[in-house]
Design a protein around this ligand. Structure first.
Ligand code: ADP
Length: 614
């Protein structure tokens, strides 16, 4: 090829042209590569001045002696083949300092009459670009290293084909794949994504540039060879190039499968419990630690005539029957302070009818770290039962009252008959009449108990209270009882002073306890009675050596109609009312009643009454 420039243009005009060119230019002539022309740009690149013009290249730039350039130039000069260098590194001395520079350059042969006479150098310094690219690469590496150790699953998909450029170990594990997926298209690496929305969402981001944030999205992945459902919180964020175009998408994901499954399970459990609560005929409710109702089933909402979200605002103190409110509060406080079960019968207003309904409420505290966090309770409508009990009490009341009158007459006739027979000397028949009288006494006592119970239950029991000498009363009662029993009643007393109570009723209690002690110790010869001072109270104790009772039954004997069951116990007649009446009398006299007992060994029944302070 003919060198047009050197043939047709003078050196001066060439120099002018070179000096004005926007790129760095130089002509190196001859084998020695003498710097024939070098414009200011190339001198600046070299870090030299015009003095180098006319010098062979290695003299002008001695620092490049051991670098590749002299050889490349020699090659171009010898072969005539143009050489293009891209971002080639060169160490150039600038202001006396050897510095690392990068160049894009073209070495082209200069022909003169078909002979190579030199080499033209056109160069552009790209040091800044290369260094910033290097920095970018380094920071990219650092970034990837960071992503590698991140707890989040991270991946980068480049181009609209979504090539997996990067995926940290966590992401690979999440996918249930191995490192071989890197470099593959996402849809090829995870074919199970077909039919799921994610590939389309990712491709759309390339068009819209709008990130996608997912909360608990379900993703189906083949892990361990099985298609399984997982839940992720994840983001697809577009990465932009210099021109602002999306060149890749970064995916950061967090596996929340366990959380979502646990919540779903809790929700389904809650649903089941709610359904169960709704299906129950009782009212079912929960209350917070302070006892405020925070959930109730449909039955309760109907009674209260309120909706689910209104339950928290219901003022229960206005719904409970005023007569039951005090005992409700007291029972609740005891249960709350002991962290024990709550159980109470009370009346509650029926908002639909305006009448009161009897309920039996039971609640169990839920205790966490020693503190009550919640109450779970039920309230059962016992109105019908209560009505039946009232009817029964009314019947018993009327029946026992009506029976009393003929019994009194019967007793009188039996006594008259006995006296008359004795007068005629018919001792045998007189004994029969006496036995008849004894049976009438027993019957009267049973009817008396029934009458007492109906009185207690209807709140009509009256106590004629007065001050009396307790020791004297005990002595008199024991004396009377001793006359009708073969057991020896051993009495041990001390002066305990006066008590304020219904003397007749307290005598009834003493009689009941001593009679029971005798009745339930048929094999024993004695019972022991003791009274003594105990602080501001008097204590009465009766100890027997009879059948005793099991520990778990002993507190129930004070309940109405309760009789300890067992082979031995069933041989004793009774209604199960005596101790209930006794306990009601003692409690209404501000006293306490209790029992200690060992099965087969005997029992000790005790009660205490407050003393009158002198
Ligand atoms: P009952 O008429 O059955 O004696 P009570 O109310 O007097 O009714 O007593 C209730 C139950 O308590 C009795 O059925 C009996 O099982 C038990 N009990 C009462 N006193 C004694 C005692 N001293 N020893 C053993 N068991 C007793």
């Amino acid at each position: 090829m003919k060198n047009f420039l050197l043939n047709n243009v003078s050196l001066d005009s060439l120099t002018t042209l070179f000096s004005q060119a926007p790129v760095a230019l130089a002509l190196l002539m001859g084998e020695a590569q003498v710097v024939e022309i070098a414009n200011q740009q190339i001198l600046d690149l070299w870090g030299k001045d015009e003095k180098v013009i006319g010098l062979p290249l290695l003299e002008a730039l001695p620092e490049i002696k051991d670098q590749e350039f002299p050889n490349i130039l020699k090659g171009v000069y010898n072969t005539g083949i143009t050489y293009k260098g891209n971002s080639v590194r060169a160490m150039i001395e600038k202001s006396g300092v050897l510095s690392e520079c990068y160049f894009d350059f073209v070495y082209a042969p200069i022909f003169n009459n078909g002979i190579i006479t030199g080499v033209s150098v056109v160069a552009t310094e790209v040091t800044e670009k290369v260094l910033s690219e290097q920095k970018l690469r380094e920071s990219e590496i650092r970034f990837k290293e960071l992503m590698e150790i991140s707890d989040y699953s991270t991946g980068i998909y480049t181009g609209e084909d979504l090539i997996i450029d990067f995926a940290n170990d966590q992401m690979i594990r999440t996918w249930g794949k191995d490192k071989s997926v890197i470099g593959k298209k996402l849809e090829d690496a995870l074919p199970e994504l077909q039919g799921q929305p994610f590939i389309k969402i990712l491709k759309d981001i390339f068009k819209t540039g709008i990130p996608y944030i997912a909360k608990e999205d379900k993703v189906d992945l083949v892990v361990d060879g099985i298609l399984q459902s997982y839940y992720y919180n994840f983001s697809y964020k577009p990465l932009h190039d210099d021109q602002g175009a999306v060149y890749a998408i970064m995916n950061v994901a967090m596996d929340v499968t366990e959380l979502v499954n646990a919540r779903k399970k809790a929700q389904s459990n809650e649903y089941e419990y709610r359904t169960l609560a709704e299906a129950m005929p009782q009212m079912v409710w929960t209350a917070d630690a302070s006892g405020k109702i925070d959930f109730c089933n449909k039955n309760m909402m109907e009674l209260l005539d309120c909706k689910e979200d209104e339950i928290k605002n219901v003022d229960f103190t206005r719904l409970i029957h005023p007569e039951d409110l005090i005992s409700l509060k007291a029972t609740w406080e005891i249960a709350a302070s002991n962290k024990s079960n709550f159980e109470l019968e009370y009346r509650m207003l029926d908002m639909q009818t305006g009448g009161y309904i009897w309920f039996l409420s039971r609640a169990t505290p839920v205790v966490e770290n020693g503190e009550i966090v919640k109450w779970i309770g039920t309230s059962t409508n016992i109105n019908e039962f209560k009505n039946l009990v009232t009817q029964k009490d009314t019947f018993l009341g009327i029946a026992s009252h009506e029976l009393k009158t003929p019994l009194t007459s019967l007793k009188l006739y039996a006594q008259v008959l006995e006296r008359m027979l004795r007068k005629t000397g018919d001792e045998k028949n007189a004994e029969f009449a006496k036995k008849m009288d004894m049976q009438v006494i027993k019957l009267t006592s049973l009817i008396g108990d029934l009458l007492d119970v109906t009185k207690i239950n209807s709140g009509k029991i009256h106590l004629n209270q007065s001050n009396f000498d307790f020791e004297k009363l005990v002595k008199e009662t024991v004396e009377e009882l001793q006359m009708s029993t073969l057991h020896k009643i051993e009495l041990s007393t001390e002066n305990v002073g006066m008590v304020f109570a219904d003397q007749e009723r307290i005598s009834q209690v003493i009689t009941n306890l001593i009679s029971n002690a005798i009745k339930y110790s048929p094999e024993a010869e004695k019972v022991m009675v003791e009274i003594k001072n105990e602080g501001n109270s008097v204590n009465f104790m009766v100890k027997d050596f009879g059948i005793g009772m099991p520990e778990d039954k002993k507190d129930r004997v004070f309940e109405q109609y309760y009789r300890v069951s067992g082979d031995e116990q069933s041989t004793f007649p009774g209604l199960g009312l005596g101790l209930y009446i006794a306990s009601q009398i003692v409690e209404r006299s501000e006293g306490k009643i209790w029992v200690n007992s060992i099965l087969g060994k005997g029992s000790t029944f005790c009660f205490s009454l407050p003393k009158v302070q002198s």
